[in-house]
Design a protein around this ligand. Structure first.
Ligand code: PFF
Length: 454
């Protein structure tokens, strides 16, 4: 049997895990959510969610992965979990696979926008459309509603993932992340400097962070919690899988802290990049949410800046890097599962996981256009997958994970992993985290879950 895969270096381990966490969630979800839900007030609540719940749940996942040393199902089995607990891992794998169906499509759009920035096609006028908002809006809608473009780009991104994953954990995921993540941080830093030196920067920062505690309602708190879990890649087996590649001496608390703080930093930096640019050019009334923010409003910003094309290329490169390192981690959950459960070679596992996605993500790519008439529960296929995976499976997975770790896992598993010890008296901080995972986290996440559904 081949030697079990492991991350080769501390830097690589952090780069890969941060690469998973930093994704479209940070770039187009966080800034808009923060701005709409009370600015700095939301950010404070978000930070509390990250530290109070996100990091403890992350540590529970890390512990299951590193102690179980297998895929998300096998880890539960290796830990001697009683009958049925492996289903928590199976649920996570299913959730992560469903996420790939639409995340690959969005990564494909990002690739298209990078290409159009390079060729300049994105900034060519359309006859009869004079204002920029309508121009970029028309471009985005025309593009995502056609068949060939989204399909081809989804396939390109899928093929890219396949190639990198075929190289394996160290030579594929780790090496790519070690190259791409520093690049992402350099790009972020450049954009921060440019944006914060624009004439309207102060207004932009105020627009983003203006603390408005009156906007903080229970729903907003729950929103912040959901966003933090999405952003930290919790509840879908990603961190169990990656932690199975952590060396035995990796300090889990320090790793969780580093990953979470960097993820938070990227989210806040994105806000500090987007809003000064938007206010400087008087675009604060334009769509600031989700795909429209990056595909409509930001190109408008770039047209008003000297060096339009350069900024556009760099921004969509940043977005593609963020999306790519996340898709790798989401896909690795299933690759590792197939590899370990069915004792397959990595190449076969990669093919089994990625090839069906050409069909499923292909259908999702068309669900915004030619297949938009197909709806499930009133939603397009794309929106339905997003809803089921992130609003149902993600919180459910996190709740079960905490319940397992808090109540059913072998005694001392969590504290032993946190302290890198085999018995002995756990450190106080480790005991506090264990109590949190047992009593606090599952209850609060369940509250979010139920409120969200009501
Ligand atoms: N955490 C990443 C992001 O914020 O985009 C990747 C990700 C993980 C996305 C899990 C979605 C998801 F459900």
């Amino acid at each position: 049997m081949a030697k079990a895969a492991q991350f080769a270096s501390k830097l690589g381990l952090i780069a890969a895990t941060v690469g998973s966490a930093v994704g479209l969630g940070n770039i187009w979800r966080f800034p808009a959510e923060a701005q709409a839900n009370g600015g700095a007030a939301f950010v404070i609540i978000y930070i509390i969610c990250v530290f109070l719940l996100g990091i403890p749940v992350m540590l529970a996942e890390f512990s299951i992965g590193r102690a179980g040393r297998s895929d998300a199902v096998g880890a539960f089995k290796n830990l001697g979990a009683g009958k049925g607990w492996w289903a928590v891992g199976a649920l996570a794998i299913l959730a992560s696979y469903l996420i790939l169906w639409f995340y690959m499509v969005v990564a494909g759009w990002t690739f298209e926008y990078l290409m159009q920035s390079i060729t300049g096609a994105l900034y060519e006028p359309i006859a009869g459309i004079t204002d920029e908002d309508s121009l970029f809006s028309a471009k985005m809608h025309t593009y995502i509603q056609t068949a060939a473009g989204p399909l081809v780009n989804t396939f390109i991104v899928l093929a890219l993932n396949l190639v990198i994953l075929l190289f394996g954990v160290q030579k594929g995921i780790e090496r790519m992340s070690t190259i791409l993540m520093p690049l992402l941080f350099v790009l972020l830093a450049v954009f921060c400097v440019v944006s914060l030196t624009l004439p309207g920067a102060a207004d932009g920062v105020a627009f983003f962070l203006h603390p408005d505690f009156s906007k903080i309602t229970p729903a907003v708190v729950l929103n912040a919690l959901g966003q933090s879990f999405f952003s930290l890649s919790l509840g879908m087996g990603i961190l169990i899988t990656y932690a199975s590649y952590f060396p035995a001496d990796t300090k889990l608390p320090r790793t969780a802290m580093t990953v979470s703080v960097l993820d938070l930093l990227v989210a806040i930096m994105m806000g500090l990049i987007i809003f000064p640019a938007v206010t400087t050019f008087g675009l604060e009334n334009h769509t600031l949410e989700g795909a429209a923010l990056v595909f409509i409003t930001l190109p408008e910003v770039f047209t008003r800046m000297p060096g339009t094309q350069l900024w556009s290329i760099l921004f969509f490169l940043l977005l593609l890097v963020a999306a790519l390192t996340s898709t790798l981690s989401i896909a690795e959950v299933s690759v590792k599962f197939v590899q370990d459960r069915f004792k397959m070679r990595r190449a076969a596992a990669c093919a089994i996981v990625l090839c069906p996605l050409f069909l499923t993500s292909g259908v999702t790519a068309l669900s915004q256009g030619p297949l938009s008439h197909i709806t499930i529960c009133g939603m397009t296929i794309f929106d339905f997958l997003d809803f089921v995976a992130t609003d149902i499976f993600l919180p459910l997975g996190s709740i079960f994970l905490c319940v397992y770790m808090g109540w059913f896992a072998p005694a001392g598993l969590l504290t032993g992993q946190l302290d890198n010890s085999n018995g002995g008296k756990p450190r106080l901080i480790s005991r506090i985290i264990a109590l949190n995972v047992r009593y606090v986290a599952p209850v609060l996440i369940a509250l979010v879950f139920i409120t969200n559904l009501l």
